[in-house]
Ligand binder design. Structure first.
Ligand SMILES: Nc1ncnc2c1ncn2[C@@H]1O[C@H](COP(=O)(O)OP(=O)(O)OP(=O)(O)O)[C@@H](O)[C@H]1O
Ligand SMILES: [Mg+2]
Length: 320
């Protein structure tokens, strides 16, 4: 049984002024499956719907339609029983926002240990905390008495991962977890996810712009463009032999991990909106291989050698 299944997930946001309301399908019929012990990457440029997908999975946002199935059951059951946040934990982009600058980091650990009643089977809360800190390469003495500002970005992100592990979750949802971390330390954090997945069996939904780390760490990858998954499959097949013109474009362009530059990128909302509202294939305006049909009809998914591709180019192709 799959750990997490996202089925035909759609989220429509209404944006614009009263006089020009626009309906943006920020997430458009997205389906993906994360198996136990797997790292699944959701990749794509800024504003393609990655965070919205993550927020719906976490229960922070209601979908317009579609389902989230966890271990074969609708996620609502877990949310109702209030044990969803034991099963699924989030790791966010900026660890300095995860922790309040005026609170000691250890207090988050002690509070979680208390709230989730973690000290069981003769183990003290301190033992549990130490175990999780060790899993990420830290120890209690290293965090004791310290405020967030006394950590480096990489260290604090490790601490936030340790905190996420306290409830023994089966799934970590990591939204751009290394884009604010110093470039030289990024790989060690990404490796940590692989290590946690291999040793503790924690699955990871890894959200990123960075195809290099995605290639290195993940088992499967889904490439998103303006709300749609345009290509999905085993990472070595998708990135080793990209079929969708957008995946090729992403691989050719070096992604921009610098958050200050990314904010400038976000100002180009017009193009983003235009693409979201485009009839036919949303990528048609930028596609080097655009054909007549692309601007008229929405492409369907085609399965090619274990890889799902959403592109007219392959519509008549059989599995190869
Ligand atoms: N609450 C909201 N109200 C209106 N529009 C929204 C809202 N949240 C997201 N959007 C829009 O939905 C689209 C997808 O946004 P989302 O944040 O999911 O993208 P993303 O892939 O995570 O981008 P980034 O890489 O910059 O984090 C964007 O056009 C965004 O402006
Ligand atoms: Mg995002």
């Amino acid at each position: 049984m799959a750990l997490l299944e996202v089925r035909n997930l759609t989220k429509i946001f209404t944006v614009g002024s009263v006089f020009s309301r626009l309906r943006i399908r920020a997430v458009d019929e997205v389906s993906l499956t994360v198996q136990e012990g797997q790292i699944f990457t959701l990749a794509g440029e800024s504003g393609c719907g990655k965070t919205t997908t993550a927020r719906i999975i976490l229960g922070f946002e209601y979908p317009t339609s579609g389902e989230i199935i966890y271990r074969g059951k609708p996620v609502q059951e877990f949310l109702r029983q209030k044990n969803w946040f034991r099963e699924v934990q989030a790791v966010f982009q900026n660890p300095f926002e995860t922790f309040n600058p005026l609170r000691k980091v250890e207090s988050y650990f002690l509070e979680a240990a208390h709230n989730f009643d973690l000290a069981k089977n003769g183990k003290t809360a301190q033992d549990v905390i130490e175990e999780k800190l060790r899993a990420v390469g830290l120890s209690f003495p290293e965090i004791a008495g310290k405020y967030p500002s006394e950590f480096s970005g990489g260290q604090l992100q490790r601490a936030s991962i340790a905190r996420a592990l306290l409830t023994n979750p089966s799934l970590l949802l990591a939204d751009e977890p290394v884009s604010m971390v110093d470039a030289s330390l990024r790989m060690s954090i990404v490796n940590l996810f692989r290590n946690l997945c291999d040793t503790l069996g924690v699955s990871v939904l890894y959200i990123t712009h960075d195809l290099a780390t995605a290639y290195y760490v993940s088992d499967r990858i889904a490439v998103m463009f303006r709300g749609n998954i345009v290509e999905e499959g085993p990472v070595e097949k998708v990135l080793g032999n990209p079929r969708h013109p957008y995946t090729r474009l992403l691989l050719e362009s070096i992604p921009e991990p610098d958050p200050s530059k990314r904010r400038e990128e976000r100002v180009v909302v017009c193009e983003e909106r235009e693409e979201y509202l485009r009839a036919g294939c949303k990528f048609a305006g930028r596609c080097p291989e655009v054909g007549e049909i692309c601007v008229k009809e929405v492409p369907q998914n085609v399965l090619l050698n274990d890889v799902l591709v959403r592109c007219h180019k392959y519509a008549s192709k059989k599995e190869v």
